[in-house]
Design a protein around this ligand. Sequence first.
Ligand SMILES: Nc1ncnc2c1ncn2[C@@H]1O[C@H](COP(=O)(O)OP(=O)(O)OP(=O)(O)O)[C@@H](O)[C@H]1O
Ligand SMILES: [Mg+2]
Length: 391
Amino acid sequence: MTLDAVRKAVPGLRQALRAPDLEVTSRGVWPVLHLNTRKLVRSYPAQNPLSADRMYLPRTEAERYACASEVRLFLGVTEDGEVIAPKLATRSHAAIYGMTNSGKSTLMSVIARSLAAQGCEVWLADGKGTPEFRQLYLDRVPGITHLSVATPATMHATVHKLLELYRFRRDLGDELVQRGVTDIRWTRVVLIWDEMGAFLNSALSDGADPVARKNAEYTVNWLAEVAAKSRAYGVHLLVAGQHVYSAALPSKLRENLSIRVVLGRASDVHIQRLFEEDVRDAAKAAREGIEPGMRGRGIVQADDGGVVQMQAFYNDAAASAALDRAMAGTPRLTRWGHLFPVEPDAAGGAGRMAAVGWLGRRRQARARRHRRGPRNRRARQTQHRDRRART
Ligand SMILES: Nc1ncnc2c1ncn2[C@@H]1O[C@H](COP(=O)(O)OP(=O)(O)OP(=O)(O)O)[C@@H](O)[C@H]1O
Ligand SMILES: [Mg+2]
């Protein structure tokens, strides 16, 4: 057959050979058929560490402010070697979803280290109890100031504290603008919440305990407010989970999570819920070639809007140690925790979550002394009498 005849027969050949992507090229006068039925094989580096030379490393408090506008969320690289690292100043909140064992927690801990290295304050919340997060806290990474694990009260309280921080900065910002200050910079605070989906889902789905449900509804509203309004105030969210149905990822929150990553081969449901209609086809094309068991491989919407396949940054023990050495000079921020239970007579007390704030060490000691009452017996009796008289 001549080359022209083969070219004309392409539609029939595609049907007969069940090869919809079949193409014809020529070698001299000979036609060459490319069936293109094999899956696309994309090549990525065998090692994909995130090193400190990619980021600004502040050494002083002033530099933390100066670097804040440059902070990036380092996610991974594409097959062309392009680094996917959106700036938090423009794309402020992120969602990382995907099936179990796809590398979500591992990527989040790389991100937590890198954000801390860039001068952010990082709060960790962990709905399940993953060892990676515990390790980060135990390693005393300089910018990681908090870890809440699994207990609902601490998770709600941490989100509430984030909301309070945003509202405080907003009010302070308004005040400063009124006084004529326009160039206001905030250092960045990022709440990284692994397994948020599982946590919310168990509280919000049918048949859940009504109190847990109510608390979770508050928390979702707080998260949604932060996600909708806090970009200009340096307050950010990075959440993760497996499932994307509405209890696990409420719509009012999802809409404002502008960075969306699916690790592992994205299901149609993941694509449907996480990508807008106009990029869903691109997302389906980008997931081609992702096989089960490929850890850290996923799809993400790049800064230019297109959906691309990427390989997440992954630091083995040596790369992690190198990053730690590089960030050793980053200012060490004060760590904090929640103190339970809240005093009933504290503002907003009587068990209301709103009262749960952070207490520094000195204030904790003062609160303990306050609870214990005076050491002196006589003073204790007087206090007891006073309290009874009051009630
Ligand atoms: N990019 C990567 N390269 C190599 N190994 C990886 C990578 N990412 C994760 N792993 C390994 O894969 C395993 C699972 O990773 P990880 O726990 O982060 O998954 P996950 O998505 O959080 O799972 P789960 O939903 O069960 O919490 C871990 O042993 C981790 O060390
Ligand atoms: Mg995990």
